[in-house]
Structure formats: C-alpha cells, structure tokens
Design a protein around this ligand. Structure first.
Ligand code: ZN
Length: 578
C-alpha cells in the first residue's frame, strides 16, 4: 500500500477528551474517531489492526475445535426474558413497527442456547463449541477511555456445550489455552485472575487482566506463589487475630450531630477510623443482616453474600434502615439490634476494644463498645475487600495490588442457562439432561486499546509485528530524487512479493513529518530510502530500539525478512508456552 492512497488523518495536538495513553495515540495516529460517547469509527489503520487480531483469534479458535457462526445483532425480547436478563439496565432496547420488543445483543448465551436446544438432540453431537466475532452494544453508564469501555464494541464470544462437568473442564482448558495463546501472539501478557461471577452467573471463572496503571480494576497478586484474583473475589488468608490489650472502659453515649460518614465521625470524635466499627444493613433474601467492618475497610458484597448463605445481598435504602433500625444510616450500630437481625462481623473486628459504633439513635454514637460485653456477632467471616499487605489465601505470602485492564473473561457456566431455558439433549443412558455450558469472551476492540497502552514511548505506538497495520514502512524521503525512488520501489516490490505487509511512504512531505508519523503509527520495521541511496544503501530501523543499520540495497530485503521472522518467532515462542 502507498501512503498517498491511505486515509490516516494524524493529529499534531493531543485531543483534550483523551486521558489514557492509548486513547491519545489512537486519535493522534488516525486509528479511530469519535462519533458519540462510547461510539467510534475504526479508520483503515485501526480496523486493519482489529482484523489482524481477528485472524489470530480465528486460527486459535479453530485449533481448539470451535466453529464460527454469526448470530443476530437484534435479539427478540423473549429470549432475554427466559433468563431474566431483559431487565438489565445495560440493554439497548427498541421496538419494531409491530411494537414487538428487541435489544441489541450484549452477550449471546440465550441466543446460542436456543439454537442448540432446537437443533442438537444427542450426546453424540457433543461436545460442541460455537463462536462468533461481532459488534455488540451495552448502554454503559460511564463510557470511558476511547475504545476501552465503548457502548458499541467488537467481541469474540464462544459457547461450549458438554454432557457433564468433566467434559466442561476439558472444554474450558482448551479455551484457556486458546485465549492465552491469542493474547501472547498479540503481544499481550495478561494475568488470568480469579474473578467473581457477577451478572452472568456460574462457577469458576477467570479474567484476563493486562497489568497497567491505566487499568480500572484492582488485582491482588501474591509475590510468593503467584496467586491472583480481582478485588471482588480475593479471599484473605486467615492469620491469628491480634487482640487489643486495652482494658475495657465504660460504655458512653455521645452526641454526634451531622456526622454520616466514618471520616466525619472520626474527625468529630478525634479518633482514628481504625477505632470505628462500620455497621451496614443489608437484605439477604428476605432477612436483614448487619455487616460489621473496621472503619478504614471496605465491605465486599459477594463475600458477605457467601457468609450469609445467599446468592446476592442488597444494601437497604435509607428509608428501610430508618424503619427497621429506628435510626438514620450513619448512626447505626450493633448494640441492641433486634434479635432477628443476624450480625456478620469481619474477622478483624474480633481483635478490637473500646470501639466507636452508631447508637441506633439518629445523631448519636456509642464509645468504648466491647464485644461480648455490649454485643455479640452471630458469626465472624472474611467479608472485607482485600488490600495490600493482607495474607495470601493460598500461602503465607503477602498480597500486593496492581491495576488491571480486562481483555477477556472465561466462565464455567454449568447449567445456569440450560436450566433456565430447558435446553436438553438425550444422553447414552436414554435420559434427557441439561447441557453443561461454558462461555468465553474476548474484547477485541478493547485489545486495540490495550496493545498500545502497554507498548509505546514518547514518539508513539510500538506495535507487535503480528498485529501492526503494516509490518514494514519504507520511507521514501525525497520522491523527486531518482535513486531514492528506485531504491524504495525495489524494496517495496520485493517485500510485497514475499507476502510482507508493507507501506510505502511516498507522500510529498518533509522527512521529519514522515519519521514522526511512522513512529506514531508504530510500524515495527522501518526502511529509510534517503541520501544513502546514492551509494546504493538504505537504513533499516527497528521501532522502539536504538537499532539503526546501513544495509546495501541488494541485501535490504533479506535483512528485513530476517528481522521480521525473528519478531514473529519471538511471539510464537511466548504463545507456545501454553
Ligand atoms: Zn500466595
């Protein structure tokens, strides 16, 4: 391809709307343009990068035994209603002329399950794994970071159907490998972290997280054993609770007007938040529970739900709290609660003495509250969010916190969807059974963001050769000088004949502009046809390194081919570790 024929509107100024590095670079290099919040055009360079990711994905999916299909973007409401997901607020909904309801597909479990339940009858056809690469829509409340969290995005979604759990384990393992290989081939090395199941449901699941300061998720990682989990999931290893040695003081009620938060109470009473017990009232099924965590800690809702023995807990509205407890939120505490309200205390609470809690009377707190003298928790459990320095749940190491950008998520769904949708097959014992399912999602347009986010320098992107829109750029510095034209065209044609994806920068621009633009767009190998051409030489550069080599024109193609092969081989080696 010739640059004179390529649409890549570069920008000299950094667009003010962009905060993340990848967003700035993708806009500046003319990869993407914004249409509306969370909705983007992919320009030739951006879309070429996406298509290269898709090519890698298709190869790895086929190798893992998955088959490509394409399901509709428009999904009839009835399918999402079968599993209750029609009510999710991320759905873009619309009606047809007959006032029938539809949504833009945001993930296709229901549609694929419907396809399989209508067309697959026997265990002999299993396992089956179907995948698609498709544009999807999610009405995100806060679209951010360009294509990182778009409202329209391109995703790979695969769905496996198995006879039983053992077979699912094997399907899941194949997809784990295919995903890990795909990311490695694209120059990403995400951590596969344990995650909470969230809205999709199911059992085991792992998120692929690219570690970057720009990530929006907290990942806890153990330096000793390598365990990693997101903060919603991460358990805290049990350690011996350090008991306070203070002697118990007399319980005192104090007036604390206009204090609602832990910080306000701490400031007003001049105590550390560590001395405060935060009491949060939740609804667990149809019962109320009081969850206690230390004032400087954050409650983890999935952990609380597990401790309460329910699927999901919901924090009560202020009116409900007032009605049930008789005090406003901010003045609630564990002392004197009604017996039917179970008190679930974080393990750390056990070590506290002379604590501050809400008095269950609006505008008042109790000081010098002591466990077993003034109240007794029903149970102790791990219900807080893990933080840096906490004990690893798998070994005696300590956890550290990293920021992660999610690029993939794989789930053992089990029978959540097949039960809800009554999707059955006939097993070899003659009995009808529900499918045991897995689902596997990869954010392809988000990878367009993640790849430059972790591969860049002050001059622009440094793209892995496997996904760079062009593998090689040939910079014809002065198109009016014959020997430069001849040299550039010769290398261009030789490389193109060998199947290399080459850009010939033949624009009528100053050399400085060409160097800047090509560094910005991140092409890994650059061939400079400049003054050296008069002596039969070109310069070969490797983006992101200091490497510059003067090479005889006759040897240039061979030299580039060798560099290119080494770059591909290095990425393949990383993928082959899986
Ligand atoms: Zn560990």
């Amino acid at each position: 391809m010739r640059a004179t024929q390529l649409f890549f509107p570069t920008l000299r100024e950094i667009p003010s709307e962009a905060e993340m590095i990848n967003h700035k670079l993708l806009l500046r290099a003319g990869y993407i343009r914004k249409v509306a919040a969370g909705i983007y055009d992919y320009l030739p360079l951006g879309y070429k990068l996406i298509r290269k990711i898709e090519t890698i994905v298709r190869k790895e999916m086929e190798d893992a035994g998955a088959q490509e299909i394409l399901m509709p973007t428009m999904v009839p409401a009835e399918l999402y209603k079968e599993t209750g997901r029609w009510d999710l607020d991320v759905l873009f909904k619309f009606k047809d002329r007959g006032y029938r309801d539809y949504a833009i597909g945001f993930t296709h479990e229901e549609i694929v399950t419907d396809l399989v339940r209508r067309n697959v009858r026997s265990y002999k056809e299993l396992p089956m794994n179907l995948y698609q690469i498709q544009g999807k829509g999610r009405d995100e409340a806060r679209p951010r970071g360009g294509v990182v969290r778009g409202r329209e995005f391109i995703m790979l979604d695969a769905y496996s159907f198995d006879r039983d759990w053992d077979s699912l384990d094997s399907s899941y393992a194949k997809m784990y490998r295919a995903f890990s290989r795909t990311f490695a081939l694209c120059g990403l090395e995400p951590l596969a972290v344990e995650a909470d199941s969230g809205a999709i449901g199911g059992k085991t699941n792992q998120e692929y997280m690219v570690i970057t300061p720009a990530g929006e998720d907290d990942i806890l990682v153990c330096d000793t054993c390598g365990y990693s989990a997101n903060s919603e999931k991460c358990a805290i290893g049990e350690t011996k609770i350090k008991m306070s040695e203070e002697k118990f003081n007399a319980l005192t009620e104090v007036e604390t007007p206009d204090t609602r938060t832990v910080e306000q109470v701490a400031n007003f009473l001049k105590v550390s938040p560590k001395r405060i017990i935060k009491t949060l009232i939740y609804k667990a099924d149809n019962k109320f529970v009081a969850a206690l965590v230390r004032g400087d800690r954050e409650l983890n809702e999935p952990k609380l739900a597990a401790a309460a023995g329910v699927k999901k807990v919901e924090m009560v509205e202020p009116e409900t709290a007032l009605e049930v407890i008789g005090a406003e939120i901010g003045s609630i505490g564990p002392v004197g609660l009604k017996k039917e309200i179970k008190i679930i205390a974080d393990r750390e609470i056990a070590g506290m003495a002379n604590a501050v809690v809400g008095a269950n009377k609006t505008g008042y707190h109790l000081m010098n509250v002591n466990i077993d003298r003034d109240f007794s928790p029903t149970i102790y459990a791990d219900i807080r969010v893990a933080v840096k320095g906490d004990r690893c749940p798998k070994c005696t190491g300590k956890l550290k916190v990293e920021k992660g950008m999610e690029v993939g998520h794989i789930f053992k769904l089990g029978t959540v969807y097949s039960d809800a949708m009554n999707a059955k097959f006939l097993d070899d014992d003659g009995k009808e059974k529900v499918y045991v399912m897995g689902c596997y999602g990869m954010g392809i347009s988000r990878m367009l963001a993640a790849i430059p986010e972790v591969n860049n320098d002050k001059d622009g992107m440094i793209l892995p050769i496997t996904v760079a829109p062009f593998e090689v750029t040939i910079m014809l510095l002065n198109p009016e000088i014959d020997d430069q034209c001849v040299a550039a065209t010769r290398v261009y044609e030789e490389l193109t004949d060998k199947g290399v994806d080459v850009l010939l920068d033949d624009r009528d621009e100053r050399p400085g502009v060409k160097f800047k633009d090509n560094d910005l767009m991140g092409t890994p190998i650059q061939v400079v046809a400049g003054r050296g051409c008069a002596e039969g030489k070109v310069e070969i550069r490797v983006r992101g390194t200091e490497k510059k080599e003067e090479v005889a024109l006759d040897d240039a193609t061979e030299y580039v081919m060798k560099l290119r092969d080494e770059m591909f081989a290095a990425l393949r080696d990383k993928a082959n570790k899986f």
